[in-house]
Ligand binder design. Sequence first.
Ligand code: FAD
Length: 331
Amino acid sequence: MTTATTPDVWIYVEHLRGAVAPHTYELLGKGRELAAALGGRLIAVLPGHGSRPLAGTLGAADAVVLVEDERLASFSAEAHGAVLAALAAGGMPHLLLCGATSAGIDLAAHLAGALGAPMVVNARALAVDGGTVIATSQLCGGKLLCELEVAPGTIVTALAGAFPADAGMSTREPQVETAEAPEALRQIRTAVTRLLEPSAGDVDITRAGVLVAVGRGIQRKENLPLAEELATLLGGAVCASRPVIDQGWLPLSRQVGKSGLAVKPGLYLALGISGASEHVEGMKDAALIVAVNSDPQAPIFEVAHYGVVGDLFEVVPPLIEALKGRRAQAA
Ligand code: FAD
């Protein structure tokens, strides 16, 4: 266990193919607030290869620590973890924030094991109270929340969408400090050979402002154009519950829920979705949830702001006609 800690907050900068992951800006925004309250600096740690241009986008940090090496070009918990471990040997920060993403979770767990550091997962709120960091962590897929005092020197993974990204974006030119690649990189046993792309050109449902979500109630693949037409008229995209994806009617990149993506649109229109907890976990933070379901007892109505008890094949067509009518009037 690393004993000496500083009041600083470190953010692990996640990046892929020359772009910083949007979630990193959420961490930077929250990190700024926490570092100020702890009386420390906000440091963005950026391991990579040819990644210097990315540092210019991290102006919310007091400093960017850039570690360049060709073995750091692609993410691996072992390689990027070696960088953070070497930096931590000079003093562990009060908090090290990583995204609760596949890379962030992998890295945080690897590092916590390597350093013997405590770890808090799935934080959805972080605050400083009298010098102590308090985290609200989400457990059991969101069924339980746990509030805990975070010891100095803790690694925290934070949920995507938990903090506003705006606060972490700055046009300020950050101070860039270059650090040597650690010796430990020589002993790395894993190497990324190839990145497997998700289906090309698909919609990123995590960025859509309006989502029309279809569940098993859509019945057949041939009925999907109904949802697609509605989504187009609303300026949004179609996503789905797991059974629709499992049938192969839509790609995995459209799945919402525990084993899919977490979304936070302005409007989530759920058509023929029962509202199983594994689905709700991925959409409950939408600003406005409207559900159409023929079963008045469907659990989706417990999270919906507005509900229509009815057959979606009777509800949606008139809605489409009404939207078309409005569009024609506006033209
Ligand atoms: P159903 O539960 O079958 O519900 C269909 C609904 O449609 C019903 O409520 C019915 O009343 C309604 N309906 C039927 N016909 C009509 C009609 N004509 N008009 C209006 N309403 C109609 N699920 C996910 O969605 N995402 C996940 O990421 C996910 N991950 C999982 C991970 C694990 C480990 C496990 C165990 C399960 C996971 N699931 C996930 C599955 C989840 O438990 C549910 O089985 C699934 O969400 C149900 O999908 P559904 O609501 O579309 O189908």
